[in-house]
Design a protein around this ligand. Structure first.
Ligand code: SF4
Length: 210
């Protein structure tokens, strides 16, 4: 098991690598084959482009700008937007930005299909409004339809936790995320971690079994 999140040495970011924790992946793993993976044509293009964007726009470019820059520099032509109905306005704005930059855009909302949650095996009691019709999110259809559209890049805008997991699982083209949904924190999930020592501790702390 690896524990990089709790490492106090972080020698991986330094040139001297004499001191490393015992379970550091650098002491136990062989990086030779993995490093070669970055040299395949597509991976290399993505990786080098990402590095250039990081250095050129560091702490200046918004993520929206970075996505546009990434798509342009990768010479992508067609962008797929997989968005949440709750972020339709944001999806429309980003669609406009992409079209202004010359991209073709194919966008699919999470509720496409309009299929009742019950049809997916979700109990009435687990709906937001039991007793009412509620269409389920359909991330697998979002992925499959954007695969059929042969988009060069998928951009996720605010898909729910778990629905995003299914979208990533079924998407065939590369995916990046523009907005990560957090309904309680204005789509800033890091906020709960920034405030973990204060306001969010009670909500996030594991309950111990008695
Ligand atoms: S890779 Fe090794 S040195 Fe780097 S953070 Fe993980 S355990 Fe620490």
């Amino acid at each position: 098991m690896f524990t990089c999140a709790n490492c106090g040495i972080v020698s991986c970011e330094k040139e001297e690598k004499e001191v490393m924790p015992k379970n550091c992946p650098m002491t136990t793993k062989d990086y030779t084959e993995i490093t070669k993976e970055y040299l395949t044509e597509q991976n290399k293009a993505i990786f080098v482009t990402a590095a250039k964007i990081e250095s050129e726009g560091y702490c200046e470019w918004s993520r929206a700008r970075e996505v546009v820059e990434f798509a342009k520099r990768m010479s992508y032509k067609k962008i797929g937007l997989a968005f949440c109905k709750g972020l339709k306005r944001e999806a429309k704005i980003f669609d406009t930005i992409l079209r202004d930059h010359g991209f073709e855009v194919s966008s699919i909302v999470c509720k496409n299909g309009g299929i009742s949650k019950e049809d997916f095996g979700i109990d009435d009691a687990d709906k937001l409004h039991p007793g009412c019709f509620e269409p389920a999110c359909n991330p697998i259809a979002q992925a499959i339809f954007l695969n059929e559209e042969k988009v060069d890049l998928n951009v996720v805008i605010g898909l729910c936790v778990g629905h995003d997991t299914l979208f990533y699982k079924y998407a065939e083209s590369p995916v990046t995320t523009l907005i990560t949904k957090d309904r309680a924190l204005a789509h800033n999930p890091a906020g709960a971690l920034y405030c973990y020592e204060s306001y969010y501790r009670k909500q996030l702390k594991a309950k111990k079994n008695k």
